[in-house]
Design a protein around this ligand. Structure first.
Ligand code: NAD
Length: 476
């Protein structure tokens, strides 16, 4: 059987190279495709093509709108194919992959709409002495060439969150998708070209972060880096790019507080447990730490174990599978080691803890302490920790005791407590009566502390990807 070969998109050309790397099916390990590795010259040429497209061929707003809308229609027509691509290259359960494609389509549609709303504002300079006869206003202009670097865990929608707003804002892009799951991005690019995107506005360079990523960081023609991935790599990108713009969407070890007055405790248990295990826990806002009021602690554990025991683990291509393999056996082994280390330090496995190759069964830990890795670091696996508390302030302080700050969940019927949580929890998002993993794609999304800087969500990403320019006119 011949293996599909994917090239790098450089200007109008899909260019294959002599060196390729395999992308494997994360459940069966069969080779799905050989992907061309970009050389330093390929990366430089991709940036040249983006720069030339940006300088030479400004895309009018209605053209951008039309291309993004058309791409959304084409995604819709090919959504099963796109969902199966995600399942195979990423190991995500089919139902989660379908949801990801639906969300990606919405991200494109919302970005198309934002293209029509980019606007500056009048600046009332006449309010200062001596400014009579002058008028001032701002306009928003695209930043130029944007480099997007994306992770493996949402290979379609997280790429959409960078590509669609960047195009909506009138920029040209060089994209480096995750080398573990680049095929969804390649398909997105094929569809954008079919939708009428002129060559050069989107270029794709494939390869590892250490090589291809590094070449991108060194290219001074790139005006902005938009990155989603781990905190370590985010810090490296920030320290390597001088005064150029960066937007960083990084990790989290998401806390969720379930107070005794939660409006529907069963619903809170279901949300926390299913959202801790969705996508195998490999989501930046996955539920990881659950602080439960002591009055409901034992019922919570019983309910959580009952839900976890019903989740089907296995082949992600099957309709009823809820947890497929993790991205690699190595990643599953790392999470298993963290579980075992926690157990040696006194934690109890209330459910799971079993690994078969890259499949890590949903795992519930209790009797954990704040310094265990499964609590204080990002576990990025289907592992949740349940911790009792007596005073709600104590739970909020425990939630804040983290180097991360992306999103937190808080369950209560009390308006007063909800407002207190919104102010006291040090996160980019506080979700009341839903889990930390809630995300509507149009909302501002981004963290504080080691969870990053800048916001995504089409409107907010367009703001990040444009510059505000002041125009002053002396009317004589
Ligand atoms: P990763 O940081 O290992 O890789 C992300 C991307 O960075 C990949 O394309 C990789 O090739 C590239 N990269 C790696 N080293 C690089 C370097 N030195 N220079 C330039 N690029 C480099 O992350 P991952 O394992 O793919 O994804 C998991 C991480 O992403 C988790 O920490 C998760 O929380 C985070 N994440 C955050 C969000 C968010 O929106 N905040 C969303 C999804 C995932």
């Amino acid at each position: 059987m011949s293996i599909l070969v994917y090239g790098n998109l450089i200007g109008r050309q899909w260019r294959e190279s002599s060196e390729t790397f395999p992308v494997v099916h994360k459940y069966s390990n069969e080779i799905l495709a050989a992907v061309s590795k970009s050389s330093r010259e390929d990366v430089a040429e991709a940036v040249s093509c983006a720069a030339a497209a940006f300088r030479g061929h400004k895309l009018p707003v209605m053209k951008r709108y039309g291309i993004l809308r058309k791409a959304a229609e084409l995604f819709e027509a090919r959504k099963e194919e796109l969902a199966f691509t995600i399942v195979r290259e990423c190991g995500k359960a089919l139902r989660d992959a379908r949801a990801e494609v639906e969300r990606g389509i919405q991200t494109f549609i919302a970005s198309a709409e934002e293209a029509k709303r980019i606007a500056g504002k009048e600046v009332p300079i006449q309010g200062q002495p001596g400014q009579e006869g002058k008028i001032a206003f701002t306009i928003r202009v695209p930043v130029g060439v944007i480099c997007a670097i994306t992770p493996f865990n949402f290979p379609f929608n997280l790429v959409a969150h960078k590509v669609a707003p960047a195009l909506a804002a009138g920029n040209a892009i060089v994209l480096k998708p995750s080398e573990l799951a680049p095929i969804s991005a390649v398909k997105m690019a094929e569809i954008l070209l079919e939708a009428g995107l002129p060559p050069g506005f989107l270029n794709i360079v494939n390869g590892s972060g250490e090589e291809t990523g590094q070449y991108l960081l060194e290219d001074e023609r790139i005006a902005m880096y938009t990155f989603t991935g781990s905190a370590g790599v985010g810090k490296h990108i920030k320290s390597s790019t001088g005064i150029r713009k960066v937007s960083l969407e990084l990790g989290n070890n998401s806390p969720n507080i379930v107070h005794k007055d939660a409006p529907d405790i069963e619903k809170a248990i279901r949300l926390c447990v299913t959202r801790g295990f969705a996508n195998n826990g490999q989501a930046c806002i996955s539920v990881q730490r659950i602080y439960v009021h002591r009055d409901i602690y034992h019922d919570f554990i019983e309910g959580a174990v009952s839900i976890a025991s019903q989740l089907k683990v296995g082949n992600p291509e099957l309709e009823d599978t809820l947890l497929g393999p993790m991205i690699s056996e190595k990643a599953a082994m790392r999470a298993e080691e963290w579980i075992q280390e926690a157990v040696q330090q006194g934690a109890r496995v209330a459910f799971g803890g079993v690994r078969e190759g890259a499949l890590l069964h949903p795992t519930i830990l209790t009797e954990v302490t704040p310094d265990m890795k499964v609590v204080c670091q990002e576990v990025f696996a289907p592992v949740i920790c349940i911790v009792p508390y007596d005073e709600v302030e104590e739970a909020m302080d425990a939630a804040n005791h983290s180097s991360y700050g992306l999103q937190a969940g808080f369950f209560t019927s009390s308006l007063q407590l909800a407002l207190k949580a919104a102010q006291r929890l040090e996160f980019g998002g506080v979700i009341i009566n839903d889990a930390s993993s809630y995300r509507a794609d149009i909302m501002p999304y981004g963290g504080v502390k080691d969870s990053g800087i800048g916001k995504e969500g089409p409107y907010y990403a367009v703001q990040e990807m444009t510059e505000e320019r002041i125009v002053v006119i002396d009317m004589g």
